[in-house]
Design a protein around this ligand. Sequence first.
Ligand code: GLY
Length: 399
Amino acid sequence: VHRPPAPPVAHGQECDGRRSHDVVVVGGGVIGLAVAWKAASRGLKVGVADPHPGAGASWVAAGMLAPVTEVHYGEEPLLALNVASARLWPEFVAELERSSGRRVGYMPCGTLVAALEPGDRAWAEQFFAFAAELGLEVQWMSGRQVRQAEPNISPRVCAGMFASGDHQVDNRLLVAALIEAAGKAGCCFHRERADWLDTAGGKVESVRLSSGALLASTSVVVASGAWSADIGGLPEACIPPVRPVKGQILRLRCPDGRQLLARCVRGVVNGTTVYLVPRSGGSVVVGSTVEEKGFDSSVTTGAVYEMLRDAHRVVPGIAELELSEAVAGLRPGSPDNAPMLGPCPGVEGLLVATGHYRNGVLLTPMTAQALAAALCGEAMPSDALPFSPARFQVPSWSR
Ligand code: GLY
């Protein structure tokens, strides 16, 4: 098993002793970076506190933008948010590529679902009916149609469907572009952990960094993913109820750069799903586990074996590829699998943008738009309003 290459060195500008901001964003993953970029673009003085921007779950992710094929039964409220964010992606990419001068590998390619066994066909039929009932864009396909669309899918495929609105972006290029764009918009980087939030009189005052440096700020955005509850000094009602949900993921590389797949493929193999996300240059991202193991990011032989076994059942040609990387990331899970977006009631200047679970990359544009609006004293987009962190606050009378 190969270790992952080092995450990008963040070239964003250093804060060079700057100790006062309009906004300090705690956490430099795609969510924190996009919020910082959008807020700085609107004229706010923004600092990001993170020892290694872009090195966490954002670096490990597959970059799927999949409101349809990632929908789960009972998560219909989240679906509306995911669909709304998916619609923002084309414009978000255009603006980010223009601002950063970098490409992000956005591929509006759709996603093919391939059912391998008769039992998997039944699962796919049920899922298709569920998605169609929700008004989502899905098209049923026979096994033959699936293979016509993707000839490298196994001849065993018995049925499938196409989700024409589920796309992908290269998450690692996205991280680099966001760092660049945020820096160009005037945002600076404190490459340290934020240890403590100081509040006084119901208002945010400052953030203390691991070196002891104190950053005065009018607003603080907690966007540190699975670690969002770790910053000391958060008033109890504002501690985001996040937990780490481990995802192991593989990267396979075709030495001659040949492309095995033209679009994202989600296989259903004996009731288990596996996804294969093709990247330009012939690599394929294969994922992923969903494990409740606390802050454990080890890679296990069992998970690597099972993912390769299932991916190989769907696309036998992957056996020819190099296993270039096996890595685990920690998704920030929340009690309802949906994010917490916006001001924390009761503490002026404190906002959260966390708990994005399986949809962090997809929800980046919507989160950035919502948080930038809130930081500028405007109403958040209506799609984001049901996701206020207030929904998890325990009323004081019941404590
Ligand atoms: N969105 C893909 C994953 O969380 O595995």
